[in-house]
Design a protein around this ligand. Structure first.
Ligand code: GDP
Length: 370
């Protein structure tokens, strides 16, 4: 590739090597474009012609630059979170960068995955509580399901109201459904013709989509930040369906004796080390509905996993060699034991449990959501 060719859509340096990175274009298309003198990377080309957005990955360094940019702007921040993978979708350091002047409006996405019986206001209170622990006080919280957003108009009106003449930055980690939401906004707000891509960060790969608003300001879609502790990075593409559920999660409750184990497919393991004294211990599992739960005894569970991984206990993480790492917890209140990006188990106060997952995956206790 000749040096120094830039995409007129996003400003990214054109390259023919890496499909996932900014500025990518297949060699054949490059030849054609050079003839027509209209250089667009594949992402911008598709955006112009098919109104489709492709995610671009972002390194931590890029992300820090992006946050600095946001902190210097006068803007409303729309913070998109995944309600089913809440911790995995939070952006560390966001409040520090956003500053005190830029309000944060939280859109909790994938509400369709939570039990329908759960009231919206309860979810919103829980979201506020979780964010408070991270020093974030949003101006407002709304819930949606980006795939079928019944309340998109309300959210757009809210954005217009809250931005009070400022730009809007939409931020979120990968897999929260930000592209899905942005595509819905584009559909509702503009025609393809009006859609522009701009680069506010010359010399970096931070290309972004700017959707023009009525008063000359823009709604800016920022690239999704990748969080390595999400379970999605641990499974092969064909198994992604187990970590990105499509339908309402059905709660599965087990009455467990001490020293019983539940395998979550071959992806994770839960041990009840010591449960309630006077009764069995109830544990409610929230995982993708097709992910099999298998009960066995703690004694021998290691051998059982060794023998049945990939068979009875499937799917398994991409890197089976590394095995699962155990973390022990004792609950003080009713709590969710979270396997970041895979699901969670609600357990009562006063029990000791051990949770196993691949080393890179975060496992922790939080205030019960449901
Ligand atoms: P991005 O990386 O944040 O841009 O996320 P995408 O828009 O690519 O979505 C990531 C995954 O979540 C895809 O598999 C989507 O189909 C799925 N998804 C997006 N929005 C929703 C939603 O509202 N509900 C459910 N169940 N899945 C969603």
């Amino acid at each position: 590739l000749q040096e120094g060719l830039y995409c007129i859509g996003c400003g990214a340096l054109m390259q023919v090597k890496d499909k996932e990175e900014a500025g990518y274009l297949p060699m054949s298309a490059l030849q054609k474009q050079l003839e027509s003198e209209q250089l667009l990377c594949q992402r911008c080309f598709r955006l112009r012609h098919y109104n489709e957005i492709q995610p671009v990955s972002l390194t931590d360094d890029d992300f820090i630059k992006l946050l600095h940019q946001v902190s210097e702007a006068k803007a409303l921040i729309v913070y998109v979170l995944d309600l089913f993978d809440f911790s995995g979708s939070t952006i560390p350091g966001l409040p520090r960068f956003v500053g005190t002047d830029n309000p944060i409006y939280v859109v909790g996405n994938k509400v369709d995955l939570l039990p329908k019986s759960l009231k919206d206001h309860k979810i919103k209170d829980w979201v506020r509580g979780q964010l408070k622990e991270q020093g974030i006080k949003p101006v407002d919280v709304d819930l949606t399901s980006a795939a079928h957003p019944a309340n998109l108009d309300m959210i757009l009106e809210k954005i217009d109201d809250l931005r009070a003449g400022r730009d809007v930055y939409v931020v979120g980690t990968t897999n929260v459904g930000k592209s899905t939401l942005i595509n819905q906004i584009i559909k509702s707000k503009t025609g393809v013709q009006e859609l522009i891509t701009t680069s506010r960060f010359p010399g970096t790969t931070l290309d972004q989509i700017a959707i023009p608003l009525d008063d000359g300001h823009s709604l800016i879609d920022t690239p999704g930040i990748i969080k390595a502790d999400q379970y999605a990075h641990q499974v092969s593409d064909k198994d992604l369906k187990y970590v990105l559920p499509k339908n309402e999660i059905k709660a599965r409750t087990y009455q467990l004796n001490d020293e019983q184990t539940i395998f979550i497919g071959g992806l994770a393991r839960f041990d009840l080390v010591s449960g309630l004294k006077d009764s069995k211990t109830s544990a409610t599992f929230y995982f993708e509905n097709n992910l099999n739960l298998h009960r066995t005894k703690m004694v021998g569970a290691d051998d059982f996993y060794e023998k049945h991984q990939g068979g009875l206990l499937a799917p398994v993480p991409k890197n089976t060699e590394a095995g699962l790492v155990g973390h022990e917890f004792r609950t003080k209140t009713t709590a969710d034991l979270v396997f970041a990006g895979l699901g969670f188990i609600t357990i009562p106060a006063g029990v000791t449990v051990k949770a196993y997952a691949p080393a890179a995956v975060s496992v922790f206790l939080r205030k019960a959501m449901i």
